[in-house]
Write a protein that binds this ligand. Sequence first.
Ligand code: UTP
Length: 293
Amino acid sequence: MPQKVRKAVFPVGGLGTRFLPATKAMPKEMLPVVDRPLIQYAVDEAKAAGIEEFIFVTGRGKVIIEDHFDRSYELESVLRERGKDTVLDELQDGIPKTGSVAYIRQQEPQGLGHAVWCAKRFIGDEPFAVILADDLILSEKPCLAQMMEARDELGGGNILAAMEVPHEHTSRYGILRPGNDDGKIVEVKHLVEKPKPSEAPSNLAVIGRYILEPAVFDLLENQSRGAGNEIQLTDVLSSLLKTSSFYGLRFEGTRFDCGDKIGFLHANIAFALERDDMKHEMSEIIREIGSNL
Ligand code: UTP
């Protein structure tokens, strides 16, 4: 069995400019899908995959994420007085155990690669997961748990979550060049950040779930800025795959890009339709809107 993945990094230091003005004073990761903030889904997914330590790379204006994962004694006592025990239990279950959460400030949002590098001292010399909360995945088995299983089958290595995208959309994603491919797990030969459709090596895109070996930190240390003048994680991963085994997992589930307005609205509808307390009313609303189009 490969070394266990115990720690997850949640990069939440970005500015969320595509969602302004909503994200001027509120972190993008706190936007709710139905009634839970995006970051709560990410933490729950990590817990379901056996993660024991939660490392948030935050930035200015992100302290409410820390408050969200803290106890709120006043609120808890009011809920208790009012007999709202189910909500209270849910709130308490959502908080990782005391001592298992760390926050690091990324003083300047220099890109995802830089955000991951900021977690170096907390990770040390062991494999770790990275979850981007704005990539929300609706699936029976949580995506990170699927990746952990694939890693156990493979005996270790770096694993990325991969999905097929329309060929004309390759310039929105990191795209991989596949090697051996059994239809579920695909060997990654090369990675290209946001290639034009004519230059894309495939239509298999990398989305915001990674399991990485700690060797990535040495490369991040010396990484220069790439696209958008940011330190890009994809650039570093393309160097790492020259020396380490690298795989993509075609996960089961639907991914929503909640950093984008349409993706976020789509996620809200899809998640509401999954809920027993909402699906009938929601379907009615969709039918009514559809019939007026
Ligand atoms: P995005 O590429 O979506 O960037 O980051 P962004 O700044 O959050 O949003 P836009 O594009 O301006 O609207 C993907 C993830 O990486 C984190 C973000 O918080 C998000 O979870 N990130 C990005 C950092 O933590 N630090 C950075 O410097 C950049």
